[in-house]
Each structure stands twice: as structure tokens, then as C-alpha cells.
Design a protein around this ligand. Structure first.
Ligand SMILES: C[S@@+](CC[C@H](N)C(=O)[O-])C[C@H]1O[C@@H](n2cnc3c(N)ncnc32)[C@H](O)[C@@H]1O
Ligand code: SF4
Length: 375
């Protein structure tokens, strides 16, 4: 089983917190689509004969792409790959693109999951970070997705936006529960170096919330999620009725994936590779069949580090037997030694050789993960 990720590097407007590779350049969309389709063809053998279990259009803003361009993507992917009959096929969308007409068109394509970036239902929050939509438009977008027949809807929310209060965050959660979606991703705001938000913090315009408030917001989140029937299957991800994101879960399980488009990453169990983060150069290089990516062959240290970093964030945890069998005794003993104290301090829980972060461990997850990694 393997996945395909397609990066759509365009936005209509830039949110101040975002450092994903994306730009406002509508003129480049047609040449980008042609190049991405060519890349799918050139790299048709990257995944071997693996059956495709997930396809994910992420961004940027995939909802910028027209129905007919999506049709071209699906035609090209299915001419080079076998797609499983129960594949999860997701597209990421911004609320203000999701009119009922657009969604009904999209529903005619193989998509069976939609991930809507909402961030907040509070207009002041949205304005502050330069989002294009209002809280009401976000609610309408989810309702439109339901009316168009989507039965697997995910939404993204960010807690800790500048000046957000604990009560405001609670009201965002309650609004999300009212929408009764299948999946919710919750991210604590990060100030990424070089973003407008990062500059605004330096200027004292957009102060960050203190750690105590951020932790309290996260604790409220896990409590409310469980009261409303959502399981936490990863630090930032919650779902109902077992509807985890198959695409993200496949990354966490270490399955192969092919990343198409500028800045997209790929992994084939032996190496990682990443495309250049420049759409114009990407298009030129693909047209000329020049190299448009870098490759890193993975060492055992890299593979072990990827495994502990990712697995400890999930509710399934890190498996000591897997570490022993796949990476060897040196790694198993390093792992045990590095988390011994964290177990004593109640940050890591062990049960039948499976290690997971406790709630207190999640609050300081970065330091636990760094300790478990091989230097
Ligand atoms: C690839 S982004 C794009 C989704 C879509 N373009 C949108 O904005 O609605 C995926 C998600 O990452 C989260 N995100 C991006 N930058 C973040 C930051 N600096 N801090 C916290 N969450 C962030 C947001 O929740 C966002 O919806
Ligand atoms: S959060 Fe989404 S819409 Fe905003 S700049 Fe990033 S990718 Fe574009």
C-alpha cells in the first residue's frame, strides 16, 4: 500500500502565520498543472507496483483547481497506478471556495473526503491573521459539503491565536461539535520564523499567549473531545467512529509515498526526496527533464529517529519489539535508557512493551522526543 500527495502551491491571499510553500500567482496555475501531470508520468515507477491506498491534494489551496483539471489529475494517476477500490481520496479546501455549485462538481470526481481549513469561527481571530472568510462562511462551507454528499469531513482549528481567550477557544470547540464532522485537527499556533506574524510579534503587535494558557487550551481540547465522542489518535488529530485520516496514518506507519509538485516530499523506505520549492523553476525543470529534487539516503539512525518521533505522537505509541527487530539492540537499549526517567516522572506510559506519552508528556513532547532520538 502507498500514498500519493499532490501539492497545489497557490493561495488567493496569505495568512500571516503560514510558512507552507505557496504563492499568489494565478497565471502560473495552468503551467503548474501541466508540469505536475508530467511529473506523475516521469515518476510512475517510484512506488514500484504498490496499490494506492490514499491520494491527498494539499496546499496551498487545492480548491483553486477547477473540476476539469482535477479530472486530468485522476486520469493521469489512474493510467500509471492501481488505485484501491476503498482508497481515501482527500482534498484540502478553504471555506470561501466551497460554494454548493463547486462542491457538487467536485463530488462527481473520486473525492470521498474533504479537509476544510477553518482555524477559528471568531471573525476577530480570522481578520487578525488575514484569513479570507468569516466564521459564518466556515459554518456554511461545512453545511455545503454535507449537502453535496460528503460523509467524511475534517476541519482544522488553531488554538492560541493572538489575544484569544480561553472562553473564546471553548466557544470554537463547541461550534465545531455542533457541526458534527467526522474528524478535527487541532494545532497550537506556532510563530514560524520569517512569517508576517513572526515579524508582528517582534513589533509587539501580535503577542504570543503564555505556555500556561496554551497548555490549558490543549487540556480543555482533549477533555471536550472525549466528552463529544472524538478519539485522540495523535497529538493533533481527533476522530469519530474510527475515521482516522488514512493518509496521515500511512505516513506514521512508514508506508511509501510519492509527492508531486513544488516542495512535495517523497519516501520509498530507503530514501527521502524533496522537490524544489520554486514553482517557476519546477515547471522549467520538468519541461526540460532536468533534476528538480534532492535525495537523502536514509541511515539506520535516520529511520529509527523518524520512527520514534512519529510513533510517540500517536495513541498507538512506540513498540519496543519493533525497535529491537527493525533497528537492532543498540537502538532498543538507547530508547529504554532515554525514557527511563520520563516513565518515573509520569511523562511516558509503558504497557506490554508499548510506550505512549501521558497527557503531561504531551505538554513537553518535544523534549521527550529529542531525548529518545539518536544524536
Ligand atoms: C497546509 S495548511 C493549509 C490548509 C488550507 N490552505 C487553509 O488554510 O484552509 C494546513 C493546516 O495547517 C495549520 N497551520 C498552518 N500553519 C500553522 C501555524 N503556523 N501554526 C499552527 N497551525 C498552522 C492550519 O490549521 C492549516 O489549516
Ligand atoms: S494557511 Fe492555507 S490559505 Fe493560508 S497561506 Fe497557508 S496554505 Fe494559504
Amino acid at each position: 500500500m502507498a500514498g500519493i500527495y499532490i501539492h497545489i502551491p497557490f493561495c488567493r491571499k496569505r495568512c500571516t502565520y503560514c510558512d507552507f510553500y505557496t504563492q499568489i500567482a494565478p497565471k502560473l496555475v495552468p503551467s503548474f498543472v501541466d508540469a505536475a501531470l508530467k511529473e506523475i508520468e516521469y515518476r510512475k515507477d517510484y512506488l514500484g507496483n504498490e496499490i494506492i491506498n490514499t491520494i491527498y491534494f494539499g496546499g496551498g489551496t487545492p480548491s483553486i483547481i477547477t473540476q476539469s483539471d482535477f479530472e486530468r489529475f485522476f486520469k493521469t494517476i489512474s493510467s500509471f497506478h492501481t488505485i484501491s477500490t476503498d482508497a481515501e481520496i482527500t482534498f484540502e479546501a478553504n471555506p470561501d471556495d466551497l460554494s454548493i455549485e463547486y462542491l457538487e462538481g467536485i463530488r462527481k470526481l473520486p473525492f470521498n473526503r474533504i479537509s476544510i481549513g477553518i482555524q477559528s469561527f471568531i471573525d476577530r481571530d480570522l481578520k487578525k491573521v488575514n484569513r479570507r472568510h468569516t466564521g459564518q462562511q466556515a459554518i456554511q462551507a461545512v453545511q455545503n459539503a454535507k449537502s453535496a454528499g460528503f460523509e467524511n469531513i475534517s476541519i482544522d482549528l488553531i488554538y492560541g491565536l493572538p489575544n484569544q481567550t480561553i472562553d473564546e477557544w471553548k466557544s470554537n470547540l463547541l461550534q465545531a461539535f455542533e457541526l458534527d464532522v467526522q474528524h478535527i485537527s487541532i494545532y497550537g499556533l506556532t510563530y514560524e520564523e520569517g512569517t508576517k506574524l513572526w515579524v508582528e510579534r517582534k513589533q509587539g503587535i501580535s503577542p504570543n499567549l503564555d505556555d500556561e494558557t496554551m497548555n490549558e487550551m490543549y487540556l480543555i481540547t482533549i477533555d471536550e473531545m472525549s466528552k463529544h465522542g472524538y478519539d485522540r489518535y495523535e497529538i493533533s488529530n481527533f476522530c469519530k467512529n474510527g475515521l482516522q485520516s488514512k493518509h496521515n496514518s500511512s505516513y506514521w506507519k512508514g508506508e511509501k509515498y510519492l509527492g508531486i509538485g513544488p516542495s512535495a516530499h517523497s519516501y520509498d523506505e530507503k530514501s527521502r526526496q524533496w522537490n524544489i520549492s520554486n514553482t517557476e523553476e519546477y515547471v522549467k525543470a520538468v519541461q526540460k527533464m532536468d533534476k528538480f529534487f534532492e535525495v537523502e539516503v536514509l541511515t539506520t539512525d535516520n529511520m529509527y529517529n523518524d520512527y520514534v518521533m512519529v510513533s510517540l505522537r500517536t495513541a498507538n505509541g512506540a513498540n519496543l519489539n519493533k525497535i529491537q527487530n527493525e533497528f537492532g539492540p543498540k537502538y532498543a537499549s538507547h530508547f529504554l535508557k532515554s525514557i527511563e526517567n520520563h516513565i518515573k516522572n509520569g511523562l511516558v506510559i509503558e504497557e506490554n512493551d508499548i510506550y505512549t506519552l501521558s497527557i503531561n508528556g504531551i505538554m513537553v513532547s518535544n523534549s521527550v522526543l529529542v531525548d529518545a532520538m539518536m544524536a
